[in-house]
Design a protein around this ligand. Structure first.
Ligand code: HGY
Ligand code: MN
Ligand code: MN
Ligand code: MN
Length: 413
């Protein structure tokens, strides 16, 4: 099937949709706070569904709240080519993380409508629930259920720090769908996303052809010592849980630096109990996020962390509860889909480079059930997971053009 001639996307329409969506959960510094399954997430979902129905799609929701907007193909029995990403954000998130992939997918549908072009296979735009893993851990849990990595009960039982589960919150916001999660054939999956790092911008490249995604390990650690009075308690008699956590934070950084420059090691969340100025902390809960593109190095980092946690807890006399709550190995994306992205780059003439994704994406799990690839565009100063996250209308348009060509290549294969 030959690709239609006048293939184009409407970049200003896409940019306007991004700005309209960014009003939902807008923060004073120009970012968004739309945590998964909050009322603001619901508002963004409702807006997306309305736009898709206006574009002639039929919309369905599965039991993990994943949304699928379907545009029929000439042969509707073929497995769909799906584009997608996520609408949930970090607490101090940006306007483009996730949203760009969702709305670039919608722009592809709108552009196919403008061209009056019907692809051979159906195309769908997907919104995956809780990609960020900020409110509910782990990240990417709903695309993980879709890919059969997690079972449905596990997904629905993920709870936030207040004990509210994803199942309860999906029902509360009206997105506990009736469709089974996954278990269906997908022709191909493409995710457009901002790079969330500095490489493309530094090298002056417009498109990142994403060949791989690094692996991750997430941990939850609880140190328990003894609350005591900050005044009369001698230093040598203390069981200070926060001292232990602080030493592990330093150890995490040392492990990251040791295995750098590709290693990433972060402590991002910490709860101190009782969190009072004049009480020696008796209990501290904190998280560790390790990443590396080489699984063996990720395993070595894991081993060093476990040894350090045990040593530090022993030195201070703390009880330690150490859990690895999430792991996925580095991902290599599908050759035929990466080739489709390359074709999009050739046809549009945009500058490009191959790139490994530092961030995790729903595409990592979709790659287990469908040929999958990603398209990156630069973001200003490589900053993301920050309210100042920014990109340009030119880059947004370029990435969507490449996405359109890649989708046509697979949907008309
Ligand atoms: O953490 C990540 O890589 C993604 O933003 N959830
Ligand atoms: Mn994202
Ligand atoms: Mn993110
Ligand atoms: Mn993602």
């Amino acid at each position: 099937m030959s690709t239609p001639q006048n293939v184009a996307v409407n970049g200003s329409r896409l940019w306007q949709s991004l700005m309209d969506m960014a009003r939902i959960g807008a923060t004073p510094k120009g970012g968004v706070c739309r945590l998964a399954l909050t009322d603001l997430d619901k508002q963004s979902r409702d807006l997306f569904v309305r736009w898709c129905e206006e574009a002639g799609c039929t919309v369905s929701v599965d039991r993990m709240g994943n949304i699928f907007a379907r545009r029929p193909g000439r042969d509707d029995s073929l497995p769909p080519v799906i584009m997608g990403s996520h609408l949930d954000s970090q607490p101090t998130g940006g306007k483009y993380d996730g949203v760009y992939g969702v709305l670039a997918g919608l722009e592809v549908v709108r552009s196919l409508n403008d061209m009056n072009y019907v692809t051979e296979a159906p195309v769908e735009v997907a919104v995956w629930t809780n990609e960020e893993g900020s409110r509910f851990a782990p990240a990417m849990v709903a695309s993980g259920v879709f890919a059969g990595v997690f079972d449905l009960d596990y997904g629905l039982s993920r709870a936030d720090l207040d004990g509210r589960t994803m199942g309860e919150e999906l029902a509360r916001i009206g997105y506990a769908g009736d469709r089974e999660v996954g278990g269906r054939r997908v022709g191909a999956y493409f995710e457009a996303h901002i790079e969330q790092g500095p490489i493309l911008e530094i090298e002056g490249k417009t498109i990142g052809v994403v060949t791989d995604c690094q692996g991750q390990r997430w941990y939850e650690i609880t140190f328990t010592g003894q609350e005591a009075h900050a005044g009369p308690t001698p230093m040598v008699r203390r069981k200070d849980a926060l001292l232990g956590a602080a030493r592990v934070v330093d150890a995490v950084n040392r492990i990251g630096m040791k295995y750098g420059p590709l290693a990433c090691a972060t402590v991002g969340l910490m709860q101190i109990h009782p969190n009072s100025r004049n009480v020696i902390p008796g209990r501290v809960f904190f998280t560790v996020d390790f990443r590396h593109p080489d699984d063996a190095i990720l395993a070595a980092m894991d081993g060093e962390l476990r040894a350090e946690v045990e040593r530090i807890a022993g030195e201070i006399g703390l009880e330690s509860d150490f859990k690895q709550i999430w792991y996925y190995a580095p991902i290599r994306f599908d050759e035929s889909c990466v080739a489709a992205v390359r074709k999009g780059v050739e046809r549009t003439g945009h500058s490009f480079r191959d790139i490994v994704s530092g961030a995790g994406h729903d595409a990592c799990y979709l790659s287990k059930v469908a040929p999958t690839a990603m398209v990156f565009i630069p973001c200003i100063d490589g900053i993301s997971h920050n309210e100042v996250e920014e990109t340009t209308p030119e880059w947004v348009t370029a990435g969507c053009e490449v996405l359109l060509h890649a989708v046509l290549d697979r949907a008309d294969a």
